[in-house]
Ligand binder design. Structure first.
Ligand SMILES: *[C@@H]1O[C@H](CO)[C@@H](O)[C@H](O)[C@H]1NC(C)=O
Ligand SMILES: *[C@@H]1O[C@H](CO)[C@@H](O)[C@H](O)[C@H]1NC(C)=O
Ligand SMILES: *[C@@H]1O[C@H](CO)[C@@H](O)[C@H](O)[C@H]1NC(C)=O
Length: 380
């Protein structure tokens, strides 16, 4: 059975600095400020128009923060897909089509061009909403660096990023409901379905079952914003103007498998005033978000604190909780959370993104779909 996990570590970022100079952020299609003709071209490539519904009459402060995060994330996704398209087009080694895929290179390229155009329209929608409400900050595209060096790694990362977004948009909808922002709900729901279609495709070409779970893993805005930081080289605005906290990364050091097992974690807690050599680390927890379960907290064991970095283990309780697909881990200083949003105030480091996926044999025959291939584990 295939299990794959993402390791967000300073080592990874250190490695990334060896990459070529990050690309300029402005696409040749005019994004993020296309003129009318360029917008039409984007819409034609996206197979649909921007919404022409009037903007909602009001938007709460929380609603503005939701759209700031959506714009920040969509800008990043546009550049991510632009980079993959450019790597395929320029025959960068590793970006040939999957050998196991039933799609030709031309088909994959066309699909990704359409995804990129669709992400551009998502971004433009968030940007124009923020502009309409005179938001104090409208995120512009940043300069990014991505760790993937093959098409398969890039699609694997696309799948995880999209799964994180699918959890985060649940949080946005919850926030809209709580704050009386009924205006954007229908449009944002249409994007949730759209991103789910994308992920079904990514999962298919990765030889995973297209539909991940009965109820997709939830997430919170702060964990999404924190996770995206590792791809950012620099931004033409002050990130702290987006009123969403950024946590230290929770690095997952063990490859998770589809069984109960202990995972090792590390987190750099330098600068956390609550933490010192004398802290009671055994009173901390790893709290997992998975599906629509109440947050699952497991006590930290074997804590070692050295130079501000805490290393520890915690149970990954797969069997009882059927943790297939994405699990999102946080280092917390309490347990028994009533819901995902309650985690944020008690989080010290997050998120750790953990994926466990069954993989169908690439050359399976009818009637043999329940077999699993083992893949080399890789770090995204
Ligand atoms: C494009 O290729 C370069 C060179 O291998 C790589 O560093 C970069 O991460 C790739 N971009 C994406 C989005 O995979
Ligand atoms: C738990 O962590 C939060 C966030 O760092 C902090 O504000 C709070 O004081 C901590 N509580 C305890 C009991 O350490
Ligand atoms: C089913 O998968 C198993 C394990 O990989 C393999 O040995 C067997 O030949 C496959 N059967 C068919 C009908 O493909």
């Amino acid at each position: 059975m295939f299990s794959q996990q993402l390791i967000y570590s300073t080592a990874l970022l250190g490695l990334s600095t060896a990459y070529a100079t990050p690309r300029a952020t402005l696409s040749d299609d005019g994004f993020p400020d296309p003129n009318a003709q360029q917008l039409l071209s984007i819409e034609q490539q996206a197979d649909g128009l921007l919404s022409n519904l009037p903007p909602p009459p009001t938007l709460s402060q929380a609603g503005i923060a939701n759209f700031q995060l959506i714009a920040f994330n969509e800008n990043l996704e546009v550049q991510f897909f632009e980079d993959i398209i450019s790597n395929i087009t320029n025959h960068v080694p590793g970006f040939e089509s999957f050998k196991s895929s039933t799609y030709s290179e031309a088909a994959i390229l066309e699909i990704l061009k359409t995804v990129k155009a669709q992400e551009e329209l998502h971004a433009i929608t968030a940007i124009t909403t923020l502009e309409h409400f005179n938001a104090p900050l409208v995120p512009k595209p940043c300069t990014y660096r991505f760790p993937s060096t093959t098409l398969e790694e890039a699609i694997t990362l696309a799948e995880t990023l999209t799964a994180v977004v699918l959890g985060t948009l649940q949080d946005a909808e919850q926030s809209f409901a709580k704050n009386g922002d009924d205006g954007p709900v229908r449009a944002v729901s249409s994007v949730i379905g759209q991103e789910g279609e994308q992920n079904g495709f990514y999962r298919s070409i990765l030889n995973r079952k297209p539909s991940e779970k009965p109820f997709l893993t939830t997430n919170v805005a702060a964990f999404a914003f924190s996770a995206l930081q590792q791809f950012v080289v620099s931004c033409p605005f002050d990130l702290t103007q987006i009123p969403i906290p950024i946590f230290p990364a929770l690095n997952v050091l063990t490859t998770a498998e589809a069984r109960d097992m202990y995972l090792s974690f590390s987190a750099d807690l330098t600068g956390n005033p609550q933490i010192s050599e004398g802290s009671d680390f055994a009173s901390l927890f790893v709290t997992y978000l998975v599906g629509q379960q109440l947050p699952i907290s497991e006590p930290v064991i074997n804590p070692k604190f050295d130079g501000g970095v805490l290393t520890f283990d915690a149970l990954f309780p797969f069997t009882e909780n059927l943790m297939s697909g994405l699990s999102i881990a946080a280092l917390t200083n309490s347990s028994n959370f009533a819901n995902a949003d309650a985690l944020v105030a008690n989080t010290l480091a997050a998120p750790g993104l953990i994926q466990v996926n069954e993989v169908l044999l690439p050359n399976h025959k009818a009637g043999n779909y329940s077999r699993f291939a083992s893949y080399p584990s890789r770090h995204v």
